[in-house]
Design a protein around this ligand. Sequence first.
Ligand SMILES: *[C@@H]1O[C@H](CO)[C@@H](O)[C@H](O)[C@H]1NC(C)=O
Ligand SMILES: *[C@@H]1O[C@H](CO)[C@@H](O)[C@H](O)[C@H]1NC(C)=O
Ligand SMILES: *[C@@H]1O[C@H](CO)[C@@H](O)[C@H](O)[C@H]1NC(C)=O
Ligand SMILES: [Zn+2]
Length: 323
Amino acid sequence: MNMPIFIVAGLLVHCVFLISIFDIYFTSPLVHGMTPHQTTLPPPARRLVLFVADGLRADSLYELDNNGTSMAPYLRNVITSKGSWGVSHTRVPTESRPGHVALIAGFYEDVSAVARGWKENPVEFDSLFNESKYTWSWGSPDILPMFAKGASGDHVYTHCYKAGSEDFGAEDATVLDTWVFDHVKDFFSSARNNETLFSKLHEQKIVFFLHLLGIDTNGHAHRPHSSEYKGNIRKVDEGVKEIVSLVEDFYGNDGDTVFVLTSDHGMTDWGSHGAGHPSETLTPLVAWGAGIQSPQQVSSQQFEDSFLKEWKLETWKRQDVNQ
Ligand SMILES: *[C@@H]1O[C@H](CO)[C@@H](O)[C@H](O)[C@H]1NC(C)=O
Ligand SMILES: *[C@@H]1O[C@H](CO)[C@@H](O)[C@H](O)[C@H]1NC(C)=O
Ligand SMILES: *[C@@H]1O[C@H](CO)[C@@H](O)[C@H](O)[C@H]1NC(C)=O
Ligand SMILES: [Zn+2]
């Protein structure tokens, strides 16, 4: 057998296989052009406030410290007095973009995005934000624009801090979250003196999205067991409490607002994420308000993990979901 021809043929076969892998696996699973359907049932809520605490682990939110106190007393109180809670199971890759796509667009990230470094939308996709009447969002310039881009018309509004200014949180990343909370507060106070905005805010199908990157940034810099990470959770808990009271107040406690807090992915003890360790794939989910079941007490519930006991939440019905 002729050796050079053999080598060339071998190389060619490998190339074909390599290309075919991209062709077979990294193509979009999304189907376009289907007829949209709407439900005729009345909606349980007129508006949604969605908090995504980027990089927040389920156990970091739910666990108690040595003194038996919670890092997030407000959310803990929500779980036991007015809402539903559980663990949202994410998938690999546990990164911000696919996590947010799953949360807001309802599908696992288009694998064809791999070839484009996850930055661009490889194919157009529909999202909750696009289907809303109006969405206002605050947070990181790495996340918000991707949902505004896919939206048709002018109804998804983004308020980002400047790209690269994640550095302004280099000392203490909680400022990324206080930036968001402060801007939401300013927004609602300006709406009181702005008739156009005021009436927009009273439409149906309104979404407010607060993307909170501080916890993720603090986790990368200081790891999840640090006082910085935990202190940031406390800050987020306080911020959520303030925003909830502000929103309820703005709408005159009409009981038509639903609140959801979750995260896009968790984080390992070493401050990384991307893979499939439970610390990365288990994220918290707390929901309360219009249309949400109030807390249910149960005498026993079965889960494979032992978290319920650790978190002292055995008696509160836990409802897990796939992100
Ligand atoms: C637990 O309580 C003790 C005494 O009140 C206090 O000194 C300590 O800082 C507390 N620890 C935590 C983690 O809050
Ligand atoms: C966004 O919503 C509009 C109106 O419902 C729809 O026509 C459009 O196809 C949606 N965009 C995408 C990318 O699906
Ligand atoms: C009122 O709100 C609208 C819509 O958000 C905005 O375009 C306009 O600039 C605001 N007007 C004032 C006076 O701030
Ligand atoms: Zn993230």
